[in-house]
Design a protein around this ligand. Structure first.
Ligand code: FE
Length: 182
């Protein structure tokens, strides 16, 4: 199975599960995040990153590892898995999307107030808000700004019943963003 088919299979088998305390499924959440990225004029690599940003949760579900610890660090699982096939423009915003939340909470009180209850709860498991030193360090990362953009679409992608393009609409974009074979 090629990588793009594998992504489709992950969504097919594990995408219907609920997205932690939100009124959407994992797949709906992913499709909405990608939709908002495209609406915002994001480059295709970042739209693809938005689509697959939580794929670590689907991999954990496949491997039945979701309850192996208090925080399975799905951003690292996803980044590593995707990194076999996709370049840093896709994998780095995925890896940093949880850190982006910790950053935004530390610098933007409105952002913190606007988080859903489930997202506030997971913030604690993810290490809480950044210290000023950690926040400065975050901004120095090459894809930090992309991760901040992704985070906003991530937070928006929790709308029950929103009509957005389906997964098949992204097949060509996924193919185009694969790392060229050497
Ligand atoms: Fe998400």
């Amino acid at each position: 199975m090629d990588c793009v088919d594998e992504i489709f299979a992950l969504f097919e088998h594990h995408g219907k599960s609920a997205y932690f305390g939100e009124p959407v499924s994992q797949e709906e959440h992913a499709l909405q995040a990608a939709y908002f990225a495209a609406e915002d004029g994001a480059p295709e690599a970042l739209v693809v990153a938005a689509l697959v940003h939580d794929i670590g949760h689907l991999i954990d579900a496949r491997e039945d590892a979701a309850d192996r610890g208090i925080d399975a660090r799905h951003e690292d699982t996803g980044c590593q898995w995707l990194g076999r096939h996709f370049p840093p423009a896709v994998t780095e915003p995925v890896r940093l999307h949880v850190a982006a939340k910790r950053y935004l909470c530390s610098v933007d009180p409105d952002y913190l107030r606007g988080l859903s209850a489930a997202s506030v709860k997971s913030l604690q498991l993810q290490g809480g808000m950044f210290t000023p030193e950690e926040a400065a360090e975050f901004l120095r990362q090459p894809f930090g700004n992309d991760a901040l953009r992704l985070r906003r679409w991530d937070d928006m992608g929790k709308v029950a019943g929103l009509a957005v393009p389906e997964l098949s609409a992204y097949r060509d974009a996924l193919w185009r963003q694969l790392r060229p074979r050497t």
